[in-house]
Design a protein around this ligand. Structure first.
Ligand SMILES: [Ca+2]
Ligand SMILES: [Ca+2]
Ligand SMILES: [Ca+2]
Length: 260
């Protein structure tokens, strides 16, 4: 997104101001801007809606002590026993899950939230990487939970930040993957991963669960057998830093105009 396509409408709703951003092709997003005046400085936060997903697909999904399908990453169910896991007959290895966006997404920046709520402590992913594609949706994500079609023209996204609760720590590796480590025991954790690349026409996402020698059994999870449970993935557009500054300036102008 750049400033020229952001039209701020002069509508103040309580503490919020609604802006509409046209993507062309009849698609519009409504962003809600919440403004605060702090010591004369305009601080602005933008919240965008969650991106709807469909057709969760996996190279492998655990079917042991329950069903742990890749499709459960995006089914809207955050409960502890609803999620994707990859323990396969005693072995844990690199696996991939993909899913489609319901509509093409233009994203100035992106925040992905990875919720890991499983009750058996420490079922957390240890190394992973996110990618996006603009391929036609018919060309990937066939909905299979085992041996699913995860092949597409993927663009690896390198994060700008990763947040996870202590005592977890994260390292962003040169291939765009994120390696987690922990200095203590942890039951559950939500990771937030932020990307600052402007993306257009995004039709799909890929999550790679990757191995690493630092992880138990080489990973991909932090659980002693290398497994993990990711209960739900949510994603939303976030503004790039330049846009935040521009929006802040726009709000300041609106506020000035209202004084007259
Ligand atoms: Ca779920
Ligand atoms: Ca393993
Ligand atoms: Ca598909």
């Amino acid at each position: 997104m750049d400033l020229t396509v952001l039209n701020l409408t002069d509508i103040l709703e309580g503490e919020s101001l609604v802006a509409r951003h046209s993507h062309g092709e009849g698609m519009n997003s409504t962003y809600r801007l919440t403004s605060l005046v702090l010591g004369g400085v305009f601080a602005t936060s933008l919240s965008f809606g969650q991106i709807p997903f469909q057709n969760g697909t996996g190279t492998f999904s655990q079917n042991f002590t329950g069903v742990w399908n890749a499709s459960e990453l995006i089914d809207g169910d955050f409960s502890p026993n609803n999620g994707w896991a990859i323990f396969n007959n005693g072995v844990t290895s690199a696996q991939t899950a993909v899913f489609e966006t319901v509509t093409d997404q233009t994203l100035p920046g992106l925040k992905i939230t990875m919720v890991q709520n499983h009750g058996n402590p420490g079922h957390l992913i240890g190394r992973f990487r996110w990618s996006v594609t603009s391929d036609d949706r018919s060309l990937f994500a066939d909905g299979l939970q085992n041996g699913g079609d995860v092949t597409a023209n993927w663009t690896v996204l390198t994060p700008v930040s990763v947040t996870a609760p202590a005592p977890l720590s994260s390292t962003i590796l040169g291939d765009g993957s994120i390696l987690m480590a922990t200095s203590g025991s942890l039951t559950t954790a939500t990771y937030e991963v932020t990307f600052a690349e402007a993306l257009t026409s995004v039709t799909g996402f890929r999550l790679e669960a990757m191995e690493d020698p630092s992880l138990p059994t080489g990973g991909p999870g932090l659980f002693p057998n290398g497994n993990f449970v990711i209960n739900e993935i949510t994603a939303e557009a976030v503004p790039e830093p330049f846009t935040l500054i521009a929006v802040g300036a726009g709000l300041a102008m609106v506020a000035r105009r209202r004084k007259h």
